[in-house]
Design a binder for this molecule. Structure first.
Ligand SMILES: *Cc1c(COP(=O)(O)O)cnc(C)c1O
Length: 495
């Protein structure tokens, strides 16, 4: 299977090259030239573990990798060494009579980004020799909080790779900040940036487009790449857990093989939900998607009207990993619906005018995606409702999803089994969760964590528990301007 650029189909490449490159030339994203079809594989996967399911599904997409290599890498990535336990890689838990929850936060950094970023470094390490690449891969990543830590943890001390993460100084939670500030490894760097996530992401995109920088890099045997969800190496592993969840729903007798489910995903950069959409296009029986946003509800407006308009206020919310106005992976959906030429056009409009409009004829192609959003007060109320009525402790991102899933079911009367995705451990956002549940809050975040743990009687993930004792390596109180990002990136790599 070959991969093409969403903005220019003329030069198809292998998956390993797409993963090595990250971003396609001209700012486009890599997509499979045609999507594979799974056929009836679900029965065969029901009694297998996550690592096995992962290598089976990935082998449909990463066809230039050897199957044995994928099997070995999935075994290493999705193991008890990295995740809470072997049977807790991506468990599906029963929430109520309509809703099941797919928990994706049992990895080393307690957010769903681990699902891809524990595997992706293995895919990268194989991609470099597969493409005769001797240069150092320098990964620049902008993060709204969770990608950064998961990428640092995944790529730390990986040979031939260095990584620099930029995060918005005022746009991430205290624990997210501390997770990054205490990161270990000899090939990692972390910078706080003044501004919001979009400013930070634009800063990174600017570095990628800077001819001077790419010249300096190539003179020094370095090339730039990305670990954001624009990289196919992030998206492909995310497809796996939707297939895995479907198998678990059959196993748990919630559905029968062939039954359709609905899927609700708390969304920011549109990567996670796009993975579910791709799974459907390859034959996973999904009926509707609920694209759940927080107060930054640009995607809700887009799915309702076809207009994508970034000229609006950016809100800082208690679900910071979804505080995004430019959802990069939407480009891949547009490509599937409208093709290369139209996609290039939309992206050009977005860049020049901050807006584009998709005609109803195109929007109709993805009418199975519903946009919904949930405000701050409703997010807190949903955290409380989930706990009081169903005994489920959820983080604010997950609460946004649960709120939208519940309202969708109430409004539509569609009682098809709903799979809603839990994207982070509640302890990563302990102050917000503890406050929503008790109306109490402490200045010391570790006091919020321990109070939440004794309130809910659920164990704090070990890496979060240990973080207060770790040495600060990257001072979170020093934030650079966005126009200093390029210098910071060069200074780290050239030293
Ligand atoms: C990244 C993230 C999201 C948003 O996922 P996208 O793939 O960017 O849409 C939601 N919740 C949490 C906790 C996240 O870390």
């Amino acid at each position: 299977m070959k991969y093409i650029n969403t903005r220019d189909e003329s030069n198809p490449i292998n998956s390993s090259e797409a993963i090595k490159n990250g971003l396609a030339p001209g700012g486009g994203l890599y997509m499979p030239q045609s999507l594979p079809f799974y056929g009836d594989i679900f029965d065969r996967l029901i009694d297998t573990n996550y690592a096995f399911r992962a290598s089976e599904i990935l082998s449909y997409y990463l066809t230039d990798y050897l199957k044995d290599d994928l099997t070995a890498d999935c075994k290493t990535a999705y193991s008890q060494n990295k995740f809470t336990s072997d049977d807790k890689i991506a468990p599906v838990v029963n929430y109520n009579s309509n809703i099941s929850i797919l928990e994706l936060f049992h990895g080393p950094t307690s957010a769903f980004k681990d699902m891809a970023l524990q595997l992706m470094p293995h895919l990268v390490s194989r991609a470099l020799p597969m493409n005769g690449e001797n240069r150092t891969m320098y990964i620049l990543t902008a993060t709204s909080g969770d990608t950064g830590k998961a990428a640092l943890e995944g790529f730390r001390d990986v040979p031939q790779v260095k990584i620099n993460v930029f995060y918005p100084a005022e746009g991430v939670s205290y624990i997210q900040k501390l997770q990054m500030a205490t990161q270990e490894g000899n090939n990692v760097n972390v910078c706080a940036v003044k501004g919001n996530f979009d400013d930070t992401q634009n800063g990174v995109k600017k570095i990628f487009g800077d001819k001077e920088i790419s010249k300096k890099c190539s003179e020094n045997g370095i090339f730039l790449s990305s670990a954001n969800s624009i990289n196919w190496g992030r998206l492909a592993p995310q497809i796996v857990y939707y297939v895995s969840a479907y198998c678990d729903l059959i196993k748990n007798k919630v559905i029968k093989n062939g039954d359709k489910i609905n899927v609700c995903v708390p969304t920011g950069n549109f990567g996670n939900i796009l993975a579910a959409y791709l799974a459907k296009r390859s034959g996973l029986p999904i009926d509707k998607f609920i694209c759940a946003s927080n107060t930054n509800n640009i995607l809700t407006d887009f799915f309702n009207s076809g207009v994508y308009d970034i000229k609006r206020i950016f809100h800082t919310t208690i679900s910071p990993s979804m505080d995004i106005l430019i959802s990069s992976n939407l480009e891949r959906l547009l490509y599937l619906a409208a093709g290369c030429e139209a996609t290039s056009d939309y992206m050009k409009h977005l860049k020049e005018n901050g807006i584009y409009k998709v005609p109803d004829s195109i929007r109709g192609i993805f009418s199975d995606i519903y946009g919904m959003w949930c405000g701050e007060e409703d997010t807190k109320a949903e955290i409380k409702k989930a706990y009081n009525e169903y005994g489920y402790l959820c983080d604010p991102h997950t609460a946004v999803g649960l709120n939208c899933a519940r309202r969708y079911i109430e409004k539509s009367g569609d009682t098809r089994p709903m799979l809603t995705v839990s994207t982070a451990s509640p302890y990563k956002f302990a102050s917000s969760v503890y406050y929503a549940l008790t109306d109490n809050i402490f200045l010391d975040e570790f006091k919020n964590i321990s109070s939440l743990a004794s309130f809910a009687k659920i164990k704090v993930p070990a890496p979060l528990e240990a973080i207060s004792k770790k040495e600060i390596r990257f001072d979170p109180d020093i934030a650079i301007e966005t126009d200093e990002m390029a210098d910071a990136a060069l200074k780290f790599i050239l030293n």
